[in-house]
Design a protein around this ligand. Structure first.
Ligand SMILES: [Zn+2]
Length: 438
């Protein structure tokens, strides 16, 4: 076992070295036309081939139960992990009186959110509560350390730890409570939330019971005046097309009031979109809505495939799409909304390292449909109101432009009558602008 770890580590080191060299050479290319140069694309392709190999190696261990994850395996990765960095917490930045008004306005502004993972809405406190409830040995210090992850491997470790702490469908009541508080604290009136059941099914949970529980909780929530919550079930790339198809058959058997569609998530470098063509075709034929994560960890070709091959109705992230102007035309002409997750992209650091460099500014200027999302709020310790503020602070979005992003968010939801919601929002926003003199 130890020898195998050593061999894997050796191979990973070699790949990291090659990646470093490729990146250095890519840096030397002309900066004047960084996104249209085909040379950049060929570098990206080579880099992605290596990243694919790397993920395959890493996944040998990631697929094992968490207890078998060896600490020595969680090495510091030159290419991805060292780029993961937190954006400075807002309270540490200089906040002027005008900024205070903007922050208060953004907090109170009614919103929608459409790219949000349920498992990532579990706070440290909720995780401890769950573990105590399930009588799992729970070391508070260890959990605090897990939440201070510094690289991609540690992030994966935390995510798997959270999934493994979920033991019964009733645990979703605790998680749902956390999700609802997050939405209400940010005045999010409507959310479409991802749920990835593969790992939980592997851990012995019954998918039907999970689905019934979250469906009931969601109906009760909106009945009691809380936010409306719909679900998109993640048919993960990580476990392949066959597993995705199995999950789809399970979804189709459900009486699904609040489960409205599927999303293609998981390790983007491991599962090319076109492998999931049949799964998406069947889901669409059965009336499910279909979205895909793409261009978060792979190049623009991944976004192109998701739109043209899968017919994804929205794209999560699309950060690398900026490298391919003809793809931007396709996204614009087909009016495919982009679920932008600014802070998340900086955390993972694959295509953007500073908020000011995020391509969302260009996407918005070019007339693409952009929406503001958090992706993993509790894990990243971020929230939607602050995300909007980052557009104002770092990307020079005016208040009117921010309101337009909000409008695009409402119209990109899968509600039947988004215009009704937006009419209500507009009145509230008008009053809030007066209240804060904005
Ligand atoms: Zn996501």
């Amino acid at each position: 076992m130890i020898t195998r770890f050593k061999n894997i580590l050796e191979k990973l080191k070699t790949i990291n070295l090659d990646l470093e060299n490729l990146r250095k050479n890519k840096e030397k290319l002309s900066k004047k036309r960084p996104y249209s140069d085909t040379l950049h694309l060929s570098f990206d392709k080579q880099i992605n081939i290596l990243l694919n190999q790397k993920i395959e190696l890493e996944n040998l261990e990631i697929e094992n139960p968490l207890k078998e994850l060896n600490e020595s395996f969680l090495f510091t990765d030159q290419v991805t992990s060292s780029q993961i960095r937190q954006t400075k917490p807002l309270q540490e930045e200089k906040v002027s009186p005008q900024d205070k008004n903007v922050l208060a306005f953004l907090k109170e502004m009614p919103k929608t959110e459409i790219h949000l993972h349920m498992e990532a809405c579990i706070s440290k406190e909720t995780l401890i509560k769950l573990m105590e409830k399930n009588k799992v040995k729970c070391d508070h210090e260890e959990i605090s350390t897990l939440y201070k992850f510094k690289n991609l491997q540690e992030f994966v470790k935390l995510f798997l730890f959270i999934l493994d702490a979920i033991k019964t469908p009733e645990d979703f009541e605790v998680i749902f409570h956390n999700l609802r508080s997050y939405l209400e604290n940010n005045n999010i009136r409507y959310a479409e939330v991802f749920l990835a059941p593969s790992r939980m099914i592997a851990n012995g949970l019954d998918f039907n019971e999970i689905a019934q529980t979250i469906d009931y909780l969601s109906s009760e929530c909106s009945r009691s005046g809380g936010p409306e919550i719909k679900y998109l079930i993640d048919v993960s790339r990580t476990f392949g097309a066959e597993n995705a198809s199995k999950n789809l058959q399970k979804i189709l058997k459900l009486k699904r009031h609040n489960i409205i569609g599927i999303g293609l998530g998981g390790a983007e470098l491991m599962g090319p979109a076109r492998d999931f063509k049949d799964v998406f075709a069947q889901a669409k034929a059965e009336g499910l809505r279909c979205v895909a994560h793409a261009g978060e960890d792979d190049g623009p070709w991944s976004v192109r495939d998701s739109v043209l091959e899968l017919g994804a109705e929205r794209i999560g992230h699309a950060t690398s799409a900026i490298q391919d102007p003809s793809l931007l035309e396709i996204l614009k002409n087909r009016r495919v909304p982009l679920e932008i997750c600014l802070s998340s992209n900086i955390f993972t650091g694959k295509y953007v390292r500073e908020a000011k460099d995020h391509p969302v500014r260009q996407y918005f200027n070019d007339g693409l449909i952009c929406t503001v999302n958090t992706d993993d709020p509790e894990i990243f310790d971020i929230n939607l109101s602050d995300e909007y503020f980052k557009y104002y602070r770092h990307l020079d979005f005016s208040i009117s432009e921010i309101i337009d992003l909000n409008r695009q968010g409402v119209y990109s939801t899968f509600q039947n009558t988004p215009a009704n919601m937006w009419n209500g929002f507009q009145k509230e926003i008008h009053n809030l602008r007066e209240k804060y003199a904005l």
